[in-house]
Ligand binder design. Structure first.
Ligand code: IPE
Ligand code: IPE
Ligand code: MG
Length: 228
């Protein structure tokens, strides 16, 4: 990678697990397992590159309407991998946070998530955010309703702080793997000025070298934020 600018916050829509499995004549669950393994590798590499915040879209609110069998498989993977994942992050001094509506997840999955968050609390090298049962519209709506309940108008800064990503800067770079050219209800408010990077590479194949390509592309972008 060159000497260019580095994004402080990288967000990734991890898409394409199902198609990765299909290509290999494997069940979708095999794609999710491969995706889970890649997610761990990627989250290690991304902080080694000097990125401070990384938000990974693992499961959308809408994904929760998938067949129960697929969801059960995804939850089983979270139960299986979350504790060792948290341990890896703790050893790397990285804080793990989960955003999304926990009331939509099985209770024991929530317990595993919360244990992982506690285990990594206070990590100062970076923050890894996993979006699980997350929707951008739902995030905005929850903040709006809170402001309404509190009966006050809010500024942009105050509103940003009320979102589930409140204590982080907005993503500088938003990557989507797996060919689709859409945001699919990810960080809608936060991505207003993110640089977008779309790749056909399916998430389990999104290697460290592929991430470096995205970082390299970012370093060549000219961000104007509406100015000349
Ligand atoms: C992304 O992979 C992971 C989740 C949304 C859980 P998909 O499961 O959407 O994979 P494709 O898009 O069907 O290939
Ligand atoms: C977006 O992928 C959500 C995640 C990767 C978590 P989807 O597979 O749900 O997106 P659509 O349905 O193709 O828009
Ligand atoms: Mg998909």
């Amino acid at each position: 990678m060159g000497e260019g600018k580095l994004p402080a916050h990288v967000a990734v829509i991890m898409d394409g697990n199902g198609r990765w499995a299909k290509k290999r004549l494997l069940p979708r669950s095999a794609g999710h397992r491969a995706g889970m393994k890649r997610m761990i590798g990627l989250s290690e590499h991304i902080f080694d590159r000097g990125v401070r915040y990384c938000t990974l879209f693992a499961l959308s609110t809408e994904n929760l309407s998938r067949p129960q069998e697929e969801l059960d498989g995804l939850f089983a993977l979270l139960r299986e991998y979350f504790p060792e994942n948290a341990e890896i992050l703790r050893n790397k001094n990285i804080t793990l946070k989960v955003i999304g509506d926990r009331s939509l997840l099985p209770e024991d999955v929530v317990s595993v998530i919360e244990a992982g968050e506690r285990r990594t609390e206070g990590g100062t090298r970076g923050t890894l955010v996993l979006a699980i049962g997350y929707g951008g519209r739902q995030d905005i709506l929850a903040a709006v309703n809170r402001a309404v309940r509190e009966g006050k108008e809010v500024t942009m800064e105050q509103f940003s702080a009320m979102l589930s990503t409140g204590d982080m800067p907005a993503p500088d770079l938003l990557i989507r793997t797996g060919k689709e050219l859409r945001i699919s209800n990810f960080l809608l408010w936060q991505a207003a000025y993110s640089e977008l990077y779309f790749t056909d590479v399916l998430f389990p194949d999104f290697s460290d070298a592929e991430l470096d390509k995205a970082l390299e592309a970012f370093s060549r972008r000219d961000r104007r934020f509406g100015r000349t």
